[in-house]
Design a protein around this ligand. Structure first.
Ligand code: ZN
Length: 323
């Protein structure tokens, strides 16, 4: 009887010890927040702010078009395991809208761009009532995304507040430096040459911020194809305005842009492809262009140099792979 009681007491004590050890384990290993982000840009903002307290998985790699992207089976598995999902919103990930609204019933799902003040957002001509989602093209607007990532991470991991705030301040200063660099670079382009023609309408925020006329062959979303008339109209603009360079995008086929070059040539005007811009996706992971700062530095530097302005070939931080 005593023996059995002792055994039970020992078992109980061991159970208590085990419970204490188990409760300490996550604290000791400092379990990281597991976040799934949609675009590389959103993933980068979360990584910059989250630092070593957060593990971030990005669904969309280099060259991937978010307008037409659909979730894969492995995406769903990753999102099921994640503590939270961060997406861009504003109909950028048009095919994922329904899935995310459904997922939001089960875990935190946050559309970071939808936290920006409405008066800072541009409209979408083709879809009245909707906003243009390409806010990352203006670094000063992007700061709002970084701040939103910080606020959301604090909600998910309140103990990380001091770290998230310090990381965010550091990154916001880097974005400020990028904005100042962009101001100077874009202002160096001769006024008559401040026209940006690209594969789709991803650059309206850039145009508004820097006083450039911006034209895309396809609309704000790549979901609808460009018509022959749009190609013809743009060829006329290029010839009339004697535009010297137009641009391809890493996440959109270059077919239409090449048609513009040929169309202008047929009318006796030579326009060149000024370079490849990162419109809706960043460069390869692990490279400078695979970060938000590197992506926008690349665009600012390539656009400025191709349109006759002055910017160092290796960009703001002397890290660009070169164009
Ligand atoms: Zn786009």
């Amino acid at each position: 009887m005593v023996d059995r009681m002792t055994r039970r007491a020992v078992a109980g004590m061991m159970g208590a010890v085990l419970a204490v050890v188990l409760s300490m384990a996550p604290a000791m290993a400092q379990k990281k927040l597991n976040i799934v982000a949609t675009t590389g840009m959103i993933a980068d903002a979360v990584k910059q702010v989250g630092g070593d307290r957060v593990e971030v998985t990005s669904l969309m790699g280099p060259g991937v078009d978010p307008h037409t992207y659909r979730q894969t089976r492995s995406d769903i598995a990753a999102m099921t395991k994640a503590d939270a999902v961060f997406w861009h919103g504003l109909y950028l990930e048009a095919q994922l809208e329904e899935f995310f609204h459904d997922l939001a019933k089960r875990k935190p799902v946050v559309a970071l761009a939808e936290t920006l003040p409405k008066d800072k957002l541009l409209g979408d001509e083709d879809n009245p009532g909707r906003n243009d989602p390409h806010v990352w093209m203006n670094p000063r607007l992007w700061k709002g995304i970084v701040e939103a990532a910080r606020d959301q991470l604090i909600k998910l991991d309140p103990k990380g507040e001091a770290a998230f705030k310090a990381n965010a301040d550091k990154h916001l200063a880097e974005v400020d430096a990028l904005a100042t660099y962009s101001d100077k670079a874009f202002a160096s382009v001769p006024e008559a040459s401040r026209v940006l023609i690209t594969a789709h309408d991803a650059f309206n925020y850039f145009g508004k911020a820097y006083g450039y006329e911006v034209m895309g062959i396809q609309g704000i979303s790549t979901e609808s194809e460009a018509g022959l008339k749009q190609i013809e109209d743009l060829v006329n603009v290029i010839v009339t305005k004697k535009i010297g360079a137009i641009f391809v995008e890493s996440s959109v086929s270059d077919r239409n842009v090449k048609a513009l070059v040929e169309g202008a040539a047929a009318k006796g005007h030579k326009v060149v492809i000024g370079g490849e811009l990162f419109s809706d996706a960043m460069g390869a992971p692990g490279t400078y262009e695979g970060t938000y700062i590197g992506m926008i530095d690349h665009n600012a530097t390539v656009i400025t140099r191709a349109l006759g302005g002055a910017a160092p070939a290796k960009g703001l931080n002397n890290k660009l792979a070169g164009s």
